[in-house]
Design a protein around this ligand. Structure first.
Ligand code: ZN
Length: 508
């Protein structure tokens, strides 16, 4: 039967190709059988289209717009991969629509700034038991690439359909700060919100002298603070086999630093999340601070959220050492492990996933992360799929990557105003020394790797002109190469986390 179908499809595609004198390709995993006909994704003349074959009797037929043709003995509707058709696809094939992933299990955020990476992400994740978040962009990323929440989700829908992936995925409005952003993401159908509390966290408190802290605290002291003193001040906070103690100074510091953020979270939760009356993954990010989140502060935030009946699915603290974008962990690994296990125990105690931001490429600590998080982990990666795309550029058009490097260097100051990274410009090779033969090395060296990581907007924004066109056409023409590279890269992440999970020690 399949043979027969295949034959019919290839003859249709063959004929269409001949008619248009263009290359043609069918995505075999996308093929879905309808009552009588078929629906499948194909690539014709470099463009992806949906083909509805002999499907006029199918319930959904008229909800897809496109041109009808008679090919061979078959009636074929060629539907473009636009927003309207993506909506219809999500309606008739619900596995192409996002869903909430819940507060347990291991999940992975796989941001894709290009809109081309989802099939590669699917191939890495399929069969691993990890729940993926394929649609994930922050406002900063949307602005820099000139995309919208809707476009990001549509790209993912087509990618999921292309691979025939039916195990479910999430869509994350990432690092949202304001109410209107949360609303926009949820209106676009997103199933997860990551609330970035950085604007509500007071970064200055930790640097003040103890007398000054007491003074500020007394000035701001409200009824809420009295209540908090009753609950936390000079109390033992126990969870699992751990115990923390909040002395007066630390208590005041934590209240002053985090209380405005907790009030903000409560506001957003009650007015925008709970009021939607459907399940939404709600992540709290307190990682974009100038200081690490202490276990005491993490516990306080978690306990306060629980006391206020705010259900979170994950919390992202800032860990000790450095989680810089696109490069490996920097810092003392044994110190990291000691504190990480406490953060993981707090998350397990309150029942949410511990979220790791800037989580790509942290190969040195993945086994530790896997070991202590058990089934409550969210690992978020945003820009690493873009860097993997640059490997494809290096392979097929090294001269283009040389030009991109020069362009990135010219815009380094602007890029730095969007992203905090540790890169050192003096360690980057002079542009005239970077040639087709050695340009690959800029993707390996930490400083230049970060440079390319944060300058994506200068290549991908619609106003980036010729760069954007060249990059997209190169990646579309070498789709399988890009997907292969992505699969390898993410599989390496997953293997190392699993390695930690299988060597679990005496936790819990
Ligand atoms: Zn973050």
């Amino acid at each position: 039967m399949f043979e027969e179908t295949n034959k019919m499809l290839s003859s249709i595609i063959e004929e269409m190709g001949e008619k248009t004198r263009q290359n043609k390709y069918i995505y075999p995993k996308s093929l879905q059988r309808l009552e009588k006909g078929y629906i499948t994704l194909a690539k014709i003349g470099g463009e992806k289209v949906l083909l509805l074959i002999n499907a006029t009797n199918w319930l959904g037929y008229n909800d897809f717009s496109g041109n009808e043709m008679k090919i061979g003995g078959s009636k074929v509707k060629i539907a473009p991969t636009n927003h309207e058709n993506a909506c219809a696809l999500r309606w008739y094939f619900p596995f192409t629509a996002p869903m909430p992933l819940g507060n347990n299990g291991c999940s992975m955020g796989m941001g894709d700034r290009l809109g081309l990476a989802t099939p590669g992400h699917v191939r890495a994740i399929d069969g691993t038991g990890i729940k993926p978040v394929f649609a994930q962009q922050s406002i900063r990323e949307l602005t820099l690439t000139g995309r919208s929440f809707t476009e990001v989700l549509d790209d993912v829908t087509w990618g999921v359909f292309q691979e025939g992936y039916q195990s479910g995925f999430g869509a994350d409005g990432d690092h949202l700060k304001h109410e209107n952003e949360v609303k926009e993401a949820l209106d676009a159908g997103y199933t997860m919100i990551t609330l970035d509390c950085s604007e509500k966290l007071d970064n200055t408190i930790g640097t003040k002298a103890s007398s000054e802290i007491a003074e500020v605290y007394n000035k701001q002291k409200t009824d809420i603070a009295y209540k908090l003193e009753d609950i936390y001040l000079e109390k033992n906070l126990t969870f699992g086999r751990y115990k923390l103690y909040l002395d007066e100074l630390n208590f005041k510091k934590i209240v002053l630093t985090y209380l405005p953020a907790i009030n903000h979270i409560e506001n957003i939760y009650k007015n925008n999340i709970m009021s939607r009356c459907k399940e939404i993954d709600f992540e709290i990010s307190i990682d974009e601070t100038t200081f690490p989140t202490s276990p005491e502060a993490h516990f306080f935030v978690a306990a306060e959220l629980e006391r206020r009946d705010i259900k979170v699915t994950s919390i992202a603290p800032r860990f000790i050492g450095e989680f810089q974008k696109g490069i490996d962990y920097i810092g003392d690994i044994s110190k990291f492990e000691k504190q990480f296990m406490i953060h993981a125990a707090i998350a397990a105690f309150f029942g949410y996933k511990l979220s790791i931001h800037s989580g790509s490429d942290k190969f040195k600590v993945f086994p530790i992360i896997g070991k202590y998080t058990r089934e409550r982990l969210h690992l978020k990666t945003a820009g690493t799929s873009w860097l993997e795309a640059l490997k494809v550029v290096a392979r097929y058009q090294p001269q283009l990557l040389c030009a991109m490097y020069r362009h990135a260097l010219m815009h380094v100051d602007k890029a730095r105003s969007y992203y905090q990274v540790g890169m050192d410009i003096t360690k980057m090779p002079a542009p005239e020394t970077v040639t087709e033969d050695n340009v690959k090395s800029i993707l390996r060296q930490d400083d230049t790797r970060q440079l390319m990581h944060i300058t994506y907007g200068f290549f991908l924004h619609p106003e980036a002109g010729v760069f954007r066109e060249k990059i997209y056409s190169l990646l579309k023409n070498n789709e399988e190469a890009y997907l292969d590279i992505l699969k390898k890269h993410f599989s390496k992440h997953i293997e190392l986390i699993n390695m930690g999970q299988s060597s679990k020690g005496g936790m819990r």
